[in-house]
Design a protein around this ligand. Structure first.
Ligand SMILES: [Zn+2]
Length: 209
C-alpha cells in the first residue's frame, strides 16, 4: 500500500429518506412535461437538493432534455443512464466538486456540444497532479447493478472489467469510467484525448507515479 491512495467515493446516497423520493417524483414530472432544462438548484426543493449525492436512473427518462444544469450540487456520482439523454446539448456540473469522474455512457450523448466542468477536481487532472483510483481493488458498483458501457449487457455473476479513459466530451477532457463485458466491447472503447494515457487503464500507483 502506498501512502498515495485515492479512492472512488462510495455511493453515500440515502435512498430511504424523503429527499430521494421527492427527486424521483420531480424527475417524473419533468419527463411528463418534456422539460428541456433540468435545474434542480432552482426548480427542486432546496432542503431536499442538499441531500442528493447521486442522480437516480430515472434521469434517463428526460428524452427532451437539452441542458443538465448541476451548478454547485453536492453530487458525487452520476448513473450510467446519463447516456440515455439523447437530446442533451449542454452539460453544466460546474462547481460540483464532488464529481471527480463521469460514466463513459456520457459519450453516447451525440448532441452534447457544450460543457462547463470544474476540471481541477477531476481524477487525472494534470495541473493538480491528481491521479486515478485503483480499480483493481476498488471497482465501482452502481446502485441497482452495473451494465456494459458498450452493449448494455447486465453484470450478474462475473464482474465485468472496469477502466479509466480520458476522452473529450463537448468542451472538456473528462475522466470516464468504462465497464466492458468482453474483449469485443473493450476494443470498441473510444480513443483517449491527445496527451492523456493512450489506453484504457486501471489507475493506481502504476499510472499515478
Ligand atoms: Zn459489452
Amino acid at each position: 500500500m502506498s501512502q498515495y491512495q485515492i479512492k472512488v467515493r462510495v455511493d453515500s446516497q440515502d435512498r430511504e429518506g424523503d429527499a430521494w423520493g421527492a427527486l424521483i417524483e420531480f424527475i417524473d414530472t419533468c419527463a411528463k412535461n418534456s422539460e428541456e432544462i433540468f435545474r434542480p438548484s432552482q426548480q427542486f426543493d432546496k432542503n431536499h437538493w442538499v441531500h442528493i449525492r447521486s442522480l437516480p436512473k430515472e434521469i434517463g427518462r428526460l428524452k427532451k432534455l437539452k441542458h443538465l444544469m448541476l451548478y454547485g450540487s453536492n453530487l458525487t456520482r452520476l448513473p450510467q443512464e446519463i447516456g440515455k439523454l439523447e437530446a442533451l446539448e449542454i452539460f453544466t456540473p460546474y462547481t460540483s466538486y464532488g464529481l471527480r469522474w463521469f460514466p463513459y455512457e456520457i459519450t453516447r450523448c451525440h448532441n452534447l456540444r457544450d460543457s462547463t466542468v470544474s476540471t481541477r477536481a477531476l481524477f487525472g487532472n494534470t495541473k493538480n497532479k491528481k491521479g486515478f483510483p485503483d480499480l483493481k481493488n476498488n471497482p465501482v458498483d452502481y446502485h441497482g447493478g452495473n451494465v456494459c458501457s458498450i452493449c448494455d449487457k447486465v453484470e450478474i455473476d462475473v464482474r465485468f472489467e472496469q477502466y479509466w479513459i480520458s476522452c473529450r466530451v463537448a468542451t472538456d477532457v473528462l475522466p470516464l469510467l468504462v465497464i466492458v463485458c468482453s474483449d469485443d466491447c473493450f476494443h470498441q472503447i473510444k480513443e483517449s484525448a491527445p496527451g492523456y494515457h493512450s489506453n484504457p487503464h486501471k489507475g493506481g500507483d502504476a499510472i499515478n507515479r
